[in-house]
Design a protein around this ligand. Structure first.
Ligand SMILES: Cc1cc2nc3c(=O)[nH]c(=O)nc-3n(C[C@H](O)[C@H](O)[C@H](O)COP(=O)(O)OP(=O)(O)OC[C@H]3O[C@@H](n4cnc5c(N)ncnc54)[C@H](O)[C@@H]3O)c2cc1C
Length: 579
C-alpha cells in the first residue's frame, strides 16, 4: 500500500473510515489496478498486541483510547436517566479490532424482510453468496460457509476445563427445553450452541487483518492514510467531489478530490454525523446545530436501533473461569506467554457458547440472543466482581424502539449526541424481562445448577415483574450493535438515506457502506453482516453482476423446522470430567 502522495492528488475512490466495511472496500476496489483508491482513517494502524491477542478485547473496549472512541448516549428516559457507555472502534479494523470476536450472520428472515421492504438484491438467497465469499471457515465449504475468502473463521479452541463450562451451559439449556443448533450460521439458528469466532491460530481476525494486511505493500494503487479525521464531504452541483480532513493534531484542513466516488464507511454513529456536518440531513437538526443546509434528507441519523442487554451473574465453585485463570501474578504471565509463544488464555475470548431463543410463542424467529461468558463481565469490564462466576448476557434482537444520532454543532471533533431511546415500547420491556426469567431457567438446570453456588445479579430477592423491570432500568447496557442511521430504503420511502445500491438519495458520487445502512437490525452480532454489505457494495460500485443467488432447497434454510430436541453436533468432546 502506498501513502497518499500529495493532497492535491485526485483518487478515483475515496473511502472514509477503515473499519469493518472500509477495510473490505479498500481491498476489493483496489483489486483492479487501474482504480486509484484512498482510505482515510481517523485512528491509527492498530498494530498492537492488545488487538492481536483475543483476550485483549476487554482492555480495548472498557475505556476511551486510541483504539476506542469511548462515546456515551444522552440520558435515557427508560433507564433511570443513565447515560450508557458506547465503545466504538477507532483505527484500522474499526470496531472489528475491539469487538468480542463472535461470527454471526443473523437469521435468514432478517434479509428476506429487507427484500419485503422493496430492497432488491438483499433477500437471504442474494446475500448468502457474499457471506460465503468473505469467509474462510475452518470447517470447510458447504451451502452456507465459504473456505476461500480472506476472513478466517474458527470454532473456539479453549482448553478442556473451559470447554466443559460451555458444554454445561448448552446441556443446561437443553434440559430447560431448548433445542440445540449445530451451526448458528447454518440451516437452523434457533437453540443452544457454540459460536464461530473471528480468531485464527490464536489471533484476532479484524477486518484490517483479514482484508488489508495480506495486500500491504503490494498495491501501488491503494493509499492508506491513518490519523486522518474527516470533517465533511464537499459537493458541487449536486455531486460529491471531495473530502475535507485534518491530520492528527494538525489544525489545518486538507482536501482531497474523488474522480468517481466517495464512500462513507465511518459506522452507525459517525457516518450520519459526517453527512450532517456536510449539510446533508434533516433541516431541523441542521438548523439546531448551526449548520447550513446543502441537501435536505430527513432520514439522516434517524432509525437508530441497537441491542440492549441484561447480564445475569452467578457465582461458581469452578476454577476454570476467567477470574481464576487470569488473576494476580497470572495476568502478566498470560501476556508474556502469548507474546513469546502465542500460547495460553491470551488466545481465548472466554465466550464460546450462546443461544438464540424465543421470548414468547408465535415468533417466526428467535428474538433473544444469549452470550455465555466463562467469567464475570459486567459494565463493559469497568466494574469488577473479583469472584469465580458466569455471566449470561441476553439481548433483545429486534427491538421496536427507534432513536437518533445528531451532531451538537459544526465542530468535527465534537462527539455526536446519541439517543437510542431504549425500551420505549411495552414489547421491548416485556422481552427483556422475559430474558431474565429464561436466563434463570437455564442456570437452574443441571449441569449448571451443580456448578453454581448463588445468583449475584439480579439477585435472588428480585423476582416480581416490577422488581425485574426496575433492575433492568438500573443495569441494562448496550451489547454494541447500533445500525440503521443511514438506512437503505425503496423508492418512495421518505426516510431512506441510500437506495438499494447504497447511493445517497439525491447526491451523485456518494455512497454509504457500513452498519448504518441496515434498515432493520439483524438477529445477531453485526460484524459479519457489515462485511457482507461491503462485499456486495464492491460489486455494485465496480458495476459487476451480482454473485449468483444461493439455491437452498426447501427446509435447507431450516427456519420452518424447530426441532424440539435436535441432535447435538458441536465439534468438540465433552470434558465433564474436569468440572
Ligand atoms: C466492544 C464491541 C464489541 C462487539 N462485539 C461484536 C462481536 O463479537 N461480533 C460481531 O459480529 N460484532 C460485534 N460488534 C459490532 C461490530 O464490530 C460492528 O457492528 C462492526 O464492526 C461495524 O462496522 P462498520 O464498518 O459499520 O464500523 P466500524 O468498524 O466502527 O468502522 C468505522 C471506522 O470509521 C472511522 N471513522 C469514524 N469517524 C471518522 C472520521 N471522521 N474520519 C475518518 N475515519 C472515521 C472509525 O475510526 C472506524 O475505524 C462489537 C462492537 C463493539 C464496539
Amino acid at each position: 500500500m502506498a501513502r497518499a502522495q500529495s493532497d492535491s492528488e485526485t483518487f478515483d475512490f475515496v473511502i472514509i473510515g477503515g473499519g469493518s466495511a472500509g477495510s473490505v472496500l479498500a481491498a476489493r476496489l483496489s483489486e483492479i489496478s487501474g482504480n486509484r483508491v484512498l482510505l482515510l482513517e481517523a485512528g491509527g494502524t492498530n498494530q498492537s498486541l492488545l488487538v492481536r491477542m483475543p483476550a485483549g478485547a476487554g482492555t480495548l473496549f472498557k475505556q476511551k483510547s486510541s483504539f476506542n472512541w469511548g462515546l456515551s448516549t444522552v440520558p435515557q428516559n427508560n433507564l433511570d436517566g443513565r447515560r450508557l457507555y458506547w465503545p466504538r472502534g477507532r483505527g484500522l479494523g474499526g470496531s472489528s479490532a475491539i469487538n468480542g470476536l463472535i461470527y454471526i450472520r443473523g437469521h435468514r428472515r432478517d434479509y428476506d424482510q429487507w427484500r419485503q421492504l422493496g430492497l432488491k438484491g438483499w433477500a437471504f438467497e442474494d446475500v448468502l453468496p457474499y457471506f460465503r465469499r468473505s469467509e474462510n471457515f475452518e470447517g470447510g465449504a458447504d451451502a452456507f460457509h465459504g473456505d476461500e475468502g480472506p476472513l478466517k473463521v474458527e470454532w473456539g479452541k479453549s482448553p478442556p476445563a473451559r470447554r466443559a463450562l460451555y458444554e454445561a451451559f448448552i446441556q443446561s439449556g437443553r434440559a430447560a427445553g431448548f433445542p440445540v443448533s449445530a451451526d448458528f450460521n447454518g440451516a437452523e439458528q434457533a437453540g443452544m450452541g457454540q459460536y464461530q469466532l473471528t480468531i485464527s491460530d490464536g489471533e484476532r481476525q479484524s477486518a484490517a487483518r483479514a482484508f488489508l494486511e495480506p495486500i500491504a505493500g503490494q498495491r501501488p494503487n491503494l493509499a492508506v492514510r491513518t490519523g486522518a479525521h474527516v470533517s465533511r464531504i464537499l459537493m458541487e452541483e449536486g455531486r460529491a467531489c471531495g473530502v475535507e480532513f485534518r491530520l492528527n493534531k494538525d489544525t489545518q484542513t486538507q482536501t482531497i478530490m474523488a474522480a468517481r466516488e466517495i464512500i462513507l464507511c465511518a459506522g452507525a454513529v459517525h457516518s450520519p454525523a459526517i453527512l450532517q456536518r456536510s449539510g446533508i440531513g434533516d433541516p431541523a437538526d441542521l438548523r439546531a446545530a448551526g449548520i447550513g443546509i446543502r441537501h435536505a434528507l430527513p432520514g439522516v441519523g434517524r432509525n437508530l436501533q441497537d441491542h440492549l442487554d441484561v447480564a445475569l451473574v452467578a457465582q461458581t465453585h469452578s476454577r476454570a473461569t476467567a477470574w481464576s485463570t487470569n488473576r494476580g501474578w497470572r495476568k502478566p504471565l498470560i501476556g508474556i506467554d502469548y507474546l513469546l509463544r502465542k500460547r495460553g488464555p491470551g488466545r481465548e475470548n472466554f465466550l464460546e457458547a450462546g443461544a438464540f431463543l424465543d421470548s414468547r410463542p408465535g415468533l417466526d424467529r428467535p428474538d433473544l440472543q444469549v452470550h455465555f461468558v466463562a467469567g464475570i463481565v459486567i459494565d463493559h469490564m469497568r466494574s469488577q466482581i473479583n469472584k469465580d462466576g458466569f455471566t449470561l448476557h441476553i439481548c433483545q434482537l429486534r427491538p421496536e424502539s427507534r432513536g437518533a444520532v445528531r451532531v451538537p454543532n459544526a465542530d468535527p471533533l465534537a462527539d455526536p449526541l446519541i439517543d437510542p431511546d431504549y425500551l420505549a415500547t411495552a414489547e421491548d420491556r416485556r422481552a427483556l424481562r422475559e430474558a431474565v426469567r429464561i436466563g434463570r431457567r437455564i442456570f437452574a438446570e443441571n449441569p449448571m445448577a451443580g456448578l453454581i453456588t448463588g445468583e449475584l445479579l439480579p439477585g435472588a430477592g428480585i423476582d416480581t415483574d416490577a422488581g425485574i423491570d426496575a433492575w433492568i432500568r438500573r443495569a441494562a447496557e448496550t451489547i454494541y450493535h447500533p445500525v440503521g442511521t443511514c438506512k437503505m430504503g425503496a423508492p418512495g420511502d421518505e426516510m431512506a438515506v441510500v437506495d438499494d445500491e447504497l447511493r445517497l438519495c439525491g447526491i451523485a458520487g456518494l455512497r454509504v457502506v457500513d452498519a448504518s445502512v441496515m434498515p432493520l437490525l439483524v438477529s445477531g452480532n453485526t460484524n459479519a453482516p457489515t462485511l457482507m454489505i461491503a462485499e456486495k457494495a464492491a460489486d455494485l460500485i465496480l458495476g459487476r453482476p451480482p454473485l449468483p443467488r444461493a439455491e437452498l432447497s426447501h427446509g435447507a434454510a431450516g427456519d420452518e423446522m424447530r426441532p424440539a430436541n435436535s441432535p447435538r453436533a458441536v465439534p468438540w468432546d465433552s470434558g465433564f470430567a474436569s468440572l
